[in-house]
Design a protein. Structure first.
Length: 413
């Protein structure tokens, strides 16, 4: 018998419980083992009074550790008290499975060390890409490759919001509310819309892919809160949609890493990813480009990844965990390649800005009128040698008082 206790019984936790019940006998023939869900920790038991599994629920963490438990599934989220509970579990020689990217991005290295010291494992497949088996694929199936780059859509909520704004005429607020109702968003959706969730996932992915610790706080992070309905119209002019992308790239010394909204060609593999789907395009030196896609958020897709980690522990297939390198990566914050950029400049001096763009960029296309009809705005597509050229231009017009705000979006093919 394999005893499993769970911390949290929300969107993810209830999906995991259901999969444990459904697959109770999955390992009976092969290993003569039955899966038993013995206890579930919640914050407020009265919320669950009508639940069919209410006899398994407790508000007292000590009840979890009292049980004879082999595996603890952490599906509470956040750092406090998840960090303390997971540490306690590992130190008590319990295997841990978690869907918590905040926890792994912040304390992954330390928790993996504690697990190793105690001869147990901590698995976190569901923390990146929801139901997509991406960590295992990079760690095992692509092990013969040097990973060169990752281009990814890693947040279901923001991809859902951008899709609904683009194709269904929903407002940002309506789309966010729907994403929350469907269980995709974080308890505090700022994490999603401001790009922190995607940055944490990109840091975990990149740490494994490049075997150097990428701290999520070193990543340039920009969310989707400034994207409005007109940006989609400008994107259409380039046959693009807008996606919140996490991009990382192996350089000779540094690792470039960023999370930002990007205009991406509608007919490209990433341009076609809609709603809560996530996608990760991995470039390996041997395999070339490999694309992974699937539902990045939601009850059962996430539970599917958590259950796969439970199954790995039961089968002891991965006696060792994924490891995080002790070497910290130096992060490059600027896109170093030649590229096309979209600029939307808020100004009271259109003529000066138009002259400035024409002289600053060898090749540019400046729109004669804007979709918003705003006379205090200049919209342009420019070609630049790298992101530094764009940032220098923005800094110059702002410092000289010519523009009060400039929006920039990379156009990705
Ligand atoms: P959720 O629906 O808000 O559920 C959280 C659960 O944890 C609730 O049952 C809550 O208890 C319990 N909880 C929270 N704080 C607690 C505390 N201090 N003590 C005891 N119980 C506590 O969250 P979720 O969407 O399932 O997300 C859980 C984790 O999975 C997060 O790390 C999230 O980032 C990650 N994740 C979520 C998704 C997704 O699609 N939702 C996908 C991948 C990963 P009550 O029920 O009593 O409030
Ligand atoms: N809030 C997250 C998202 C959940 O929308 O992608 C999955 O990690």
């Amino acid at each position: 018998m394999i005893n499993i206790a769970m911390l949290g019984y929300g969107v993810v936790g209830s999906g995991v419980a259901e999969l444990i019940f459904r697959n109770r006998d999955k390992f009976k023939d092969e290993l003569n083992e039955e899966l038993v869900l013995s206890k579930i920790l919640v914050r407020n038991i009265s919320k669950h009074i009508d639940n069919k599994n209410k006899e398994l629920l407790t508000e007292d963490i000590d009840d979890i550790f009292k049980e004879k438990v082999d595996i603890i599934v952490e599906a509470m989220g956040g750092l406090d008290p998840s960090y303390e509970y997971v540490k306690r579990a590992l130190n008590m020689k319990k295997h841990v499975v978690t869907a918590n990217k905040d926890l792994i991005a912040e304390y992954g290295y330390e928790l993996l060390q504690i697990a190793k010291k105690n001869g147990v494992t901590i698995h976190f497949e569901a923390s990146v890409g929801g139901g997509i088996p991406i960590l295992k694929s990079i760690n095992e199936c692509l092990v013969g490759n040097e990973i060169k780059s990752i281009k990814s859509i890693l947040n279901g909520t923001t991809n859902f919001i951008l899709s609904k704004m683009n194709h269904n005429g929903m407002s940002y607020t309506e789309a966010l509310e729907l994403a929350q109702k469907l269980g995709f968003a974080e308890a505090n959706p700022e994490s999603d819309v401001k790009g922190y969730d995607a940055a944490r996932k990109l840091s975990i992915l990149s740490t494994i892919a490049y075997n150097r610790r990428v701290d999520w706080k070193d990543i340039n992070i920009e969310g989707i809160t400034e994207i409005d309905e007109y940006d989609f119209k400008y994107a259409k002019m380039e046959k693009c949609s807008i996606k919140l992308m996490g991009i990382s790239k192996l350089g000779s010394k540094h690792i470039y890493a960023t999370v930002m909204p990007v205009m991406v060609k509608e007919d490209s593999v990433l341009g076609k990813i809609e709603d809560e789907y996530n996608a990760i395009l991995v470039e390996g030196d041997a395999v070339g480009d490999v694309m992974f896609s699937g539902k990045g958020a939601g009850m059962f897709p996430t539970a599917s990844a958590v259950f796969a980690d439970i199954a790995d522990i039961v089968k002891q297939k991965r006696k060792k965990c994924i490891t995080f390198s002790s070497e910290k990566a130096e992060i490059d914050k600027s896109w170093g390649l030649k590229g096309k950029w979209f600029l939307r400049v808020k100004t009271q001096n259109r003529v000066k800005i138009i002259q400035g763009i024409s002289s600053s960029f060898k090749s540019c296309y400046i729109l004669s009128s804007t979709f918003s009809g705003n006379k205090e705005e200049v919209v342009a597509f420019v070609n630049a040698d790298n992101e530094v050229c764009i940032d220098n231009y923005i800094e110059k017009v702002k410092s000289e008082g010519e523009a009060c705000d400039v929006k920039k979006l990379l156009i990705l093919h």
